[in-house]
Design a protein around this ligand. Structure first.
Ligand SMILES: Cc1cc2nc3c(=O)[nH]c(=O)nc-3n(C[C@H](O)[C@H](O)[C@H](O)COP(=O)(O)OP(=O)(O)OC[C@H]3O[C@@H](n4cnc5c(N)ncnc54)[C@H](O)[C@@H]3O)c2cc1C
Length: 404
């Protein structure tokens, strides 16, 4: 049994929803975007000021630094996602939300004070440096291919390598950098470091234009040359980096599901409104079975996503790392959201592919979501391996029983 959702968390979720609908939604047409369409930091900070004033900044972390339960977080994050700008305004966005969770759970009091506090207060952004360029043969779907290295040098670690698709690296205040240790004591193991950004040792090579446009700073490819990090800024213990990545993994995956479910719920509302007003062939669109069925399918899929999120959140609240469950939830929710977003575009005809509403943006964002935090195929492949292991174990147990 998981703990019930508290009245305070529900009240906060209601406040977040009102804030997003009344204050954030009118900003959706604000022209302050960078060269590839992402909101500028100027826009983000203005929205954060409004969220602070409304008491909805970083609403998933309590004043004492503790986090809401995952089921409570779902209530809040789904509502913050009702606009693609909502998570930026409320400071519930990726990658910051996952980074705050990780530092909060693994960081020492000194590291929390220095790196976490400004993030929780919404004073700056952070980035998570794990993926490496494919043309360099670095880590992608397979993190064990990590080529960025770290070596101990007195009171410091020195990091060298390359990273790619690092969301928000440009303009970030805090970085969490992963590197494989070449130090004798932790050789081959991954290490995680907290770094102040910008740092001249981390050079941004490019920020490519991408299909998605919601994340400030875009997704950078960087070269890291002789980055010196004080040993005290290592997150956790040397060689344990992948263990800490696991701590971040499930809640971060799940929170993407929460925010994008909120955005798809709003896209669905917009499509319903269009279908109930627009007429063709003598009746409103929704009365044509082809359109009505798409909206009915959306309603079913939204409910399916909600159930998947709540189930997985309950598993995490029960104390499990929930790696398998969050993997299943991520695949199920991202694939269902893709269908919902596609239906919304289709129902709205030509307007569906314009930037007059958020529907086309949501469609683009969900396409990228099927790749980051593990592509669908990688999650299914890993699940298939588990199924095979279980089959083997069951067969061996049956054989042992027969022999006894
Ligand atoms: C918008 C966006 C934001 C991102 N933000 C960050 C970030 O902030 N920090 C960070 O570190 N990374 C980030 N990433 C990187 C992301 O985590 C990787 O793109 C992802 O892990 C896949 O790695 P890759 O791109 O190298 O694909 P590859 O490893 O080259 O895989 C390509 C494709 O091969 C298929 N595939 C791979 N392995 C298997 C398998 N075992 N079975 C079946 N099919 C398989 C999948 O279809 C996969 O999509 C981001 C990516 C995107 C698109």
């Amino acid at each position: 049994m998981t703990a019930p959702i508290s009245a305070q968390a529900m009240a906060m979720a209601d406040r977040v929803e009102s804030f997003v609908r009344e204050i954030v939604v009118p900003y959706e047409q604000d022209p302050r975007r960078d060269h590839h369409g992402a909101p500028t930091d100027d826009l983000v900070m203005e929205l954060r000021g409004k969220a602070r004033a409304a008491g909805v900044l970083t609403p998933h972390i309590r004043d004492d630094g503790s986090h809401l339960t995952q089921r409570e977080t779902a209530e809040v994050l789904i509502r913050s996602g009702l606009s693609p700008l909502g998570p930026l305004a409320c400071n519930t966005m990726a990658p910051d939300e996952g980074n705050m969770y990780l530092i909060g759970h693994v960081g020492s009091p000194a590291l929390k004070d220095r790196f976490l506090t400004p993030l929780v207060e919404g004073r700056g952004r952070s980035a998570f440096f794990m993926t490496e360029p494919a043309d360099w043969g670095g880590a992608g779907s397979d993190p064990s291919m990590m080529k960025t290295t770290c070596r101990r040098d007195g009171d410091h670690w020195v990091i060298d390598g390359r990273k790619t698709f690092i969301t928000g690296a440009k303009g970030a205040m805090v970085g969490i950098v992963m590197a494989a240790s070449v130090d004798e004591a932790s050789k081959g193991g991954a290490c995680m470091f907290l770094v102040d950004l910008p740092d001249p040792a981390i050079v941004i090579d490019e920020v490519p234009n991408t299909i998605d446009t919601s994340m400030p700073g875009g997704h950078s490819t960087v070269t890291i040359r002789e980055l010196r990090v004080p040993a005290a800024h290592m997150l956790g213990e040397p060689g344990e980096g992948f263990k800490y990545a696991q701590v971040r993994l499930s809640p971060a995956r799940l929170s993407h599901c929460m925010r994008w479910l909120g955005s798809c719920m709003r896209a669905h509302e917009i499509a319903v409104d269009y279908a109930c007003r627009r007429e063709a062939f003598g009746k409103t669109l929704i009365d044509h079975e082809g359109v009505g069925f798409m909206l009915a399918e959306n309603r079913i899929l939204i409910q399916q996503c909600r159930l998947m999120i709540d189930w997985c959140a309950g598993v995490l609240d029960g104390g499990s790392l929930g790696t398998v469950e969050s993997s299943m939830a991520k695949v199920s929710v991202s694939e269902a959201l893709m269908k919902i977003a596609d239906n919304c575009v289709q129902v709205m005809g030509g307007i569906g592919v314009t930037d007059r509403t958020i529907v086309e943006q949501v469609f683009r964002e969900i396409r990228a979501f099927r790749i980051y935090d593990g592509p669908t195929e990688v999650h299914k492949w890993s699940l298939a391996k588990k199924i095979k292991r279980e089959w083997k174990q069951a067969r061996e147990a049956a054989r042992a029983e027969q022999a006894a």
